[in-house]
Design a protein around this ligand. Structure first.
Ligand SMILES: Nc1nc2c(ncn2[C@@H]2O[C@H](COP(=O)(O)OP(=O)(O)O)[C@@H](O)[C@H]2O)c(=O)[nH]1
Ligand SMILES: [Mg+2]
Length: 306
């Protein structure tokens, strides 16, 4: 396993502090734990609190329906019930470890809306892979904004990675060229940066599909992860984004960025439940080192303040 993947996010207590209050705390203050069973009134309240904590309507009502139909369910066991359910949801979404194969080409296809943190994530990943002694090539396939390419150029130089960029070229052709170069020159890692302007959703999705097609054609066995980058501050909106992207790209995991400033960690549960996608990487700042691995147990512990 890579050293950087052992570098776990250890500040969940802060990142989920509001979440803890709104989710676990509020749910528990909603009900009278001395009651022998749940009243219909209490169940409705629990559902409301879960929804307002960004868990999503579907997930919230599923959790409450289970309680309703569970013979002998006791309000005093609510905390434990939620803990078990959240754990199950996270583990069913799959392994949280970033896939990587030694002595092979590893392609990471990075997507997400504008400003989510794709380019920053790529710079951080490049930096970490370089630290592990890997040969890293970045495909600047966000050819829409000249500034985006320039930003990537500065970052990649700083990270010590190489870059393929072609001004105003077709993004898919940039990726094509990147794979050719990587294969020829024995690179370990390709990071594909993409555009994210959603005001032109149809074109964007077509562009991403085209890039995916190039990878599938040239080097299907090398595609290690298709990562959707989500800004933690977007809440349920992030889930909508995930749905749009997953229709065009076969997503394998999520990178949740800006958790340093956000207290909306509950979105991790919603993503796991609704999209069946594991969060694997966490962005906690704007610097190269600010990339962490996601540990589900730490997250759950922070949520329940243990
Ligand atoms: N605080 C914080 N800011 C971030 C993080 N990741 C990215 N950013 C900032 O978010 C903004 C947009 O990032 P960028 O990578 O350009 O997004 P892109 O449009 O998806 O490529 C920049 O100002 C980044 O510095 C993070 O984990 N924490
Ligand atoms: Mg970008």
């Amino acid at each position: 396993m890579f050293g950087f993947l052992k570098d776990k996010f250890d500040n969940f207590k802060h990142a989920v502090s509001n979440t803890t209050k709104s989710l676990v705390g509020n749910v528990l203050t909603t009900i009278d734990t001395n009651e022998e069973e749940y009243s219909e009134f209490a169940l409705d309240d629990i559902e409301d609190v879960l929804i307002s904590a960004d868990l999503g309507v579907g997930y919230a009502s599923e959790l409450v329906d289970k309680l309703r139909n569970k013979k002998g369910a006791k309000p005093s066991e609510l905390k434990n019930y939620l803990r078990q359910e959240f754990k199950k949801t996270l583990s069913e979404a799959g392994s949280t470890e970033l896939s990587y194969k030694d002595n092979e080409l590893n392609i990471y296809f990075i997507t997400g809306v504008n400003g989510a943190g794709k380019t920053t994530l790529i710079a951080k990943m490049a930096y970490r892979f370089k630290q592990e002694g890997k040969k890293v090539l970045i495909a600047a396939a966000d050819t829409f904004r000249a500034a985006a390419e320039e930003q990537l150029n500065i970052w990649s130089t700083r990270a010590g990675a190489d870059i393929v960029r072609r001004d105003k070229a077709d993004p898919a052709s940039v990726v094509f060229e990147t794979i050719e170069k990587a294969t020829r020159e024995n690179y370990d890692v390709i990071l594909v940066d993409t555009a994210g302007r959603l005001q032109n959703k149809f074109n964007l999705m077509e562009e991403l599909k085209k890039i995916k097609k190039v990878i599938d054609k040239k080097s299907p066995e090398a595609l290690r992860e298709s990562i959707l980058v989500i800004d933690a501050n977007t809440g349920q909106n992030g889930l909508q984004q995930a749905k749009v992207f997953s229709e065009s790209v076969n997503l394998t995991s999520v990178a949740l960025t800006k958790l340093d400033g956000s207290a909306k960690g509950a979105i991790i549960l919603a993503i796991a439940k609704e999209m069946n996608l594991p969060v694997k990487l966490i962005g906690v700042g704007e610097k190269m080192e600010d990339l962490k691995a996601f540990d589900p147990d730490d997250f759950i512990n922070a949520l329940f303040e243990e």
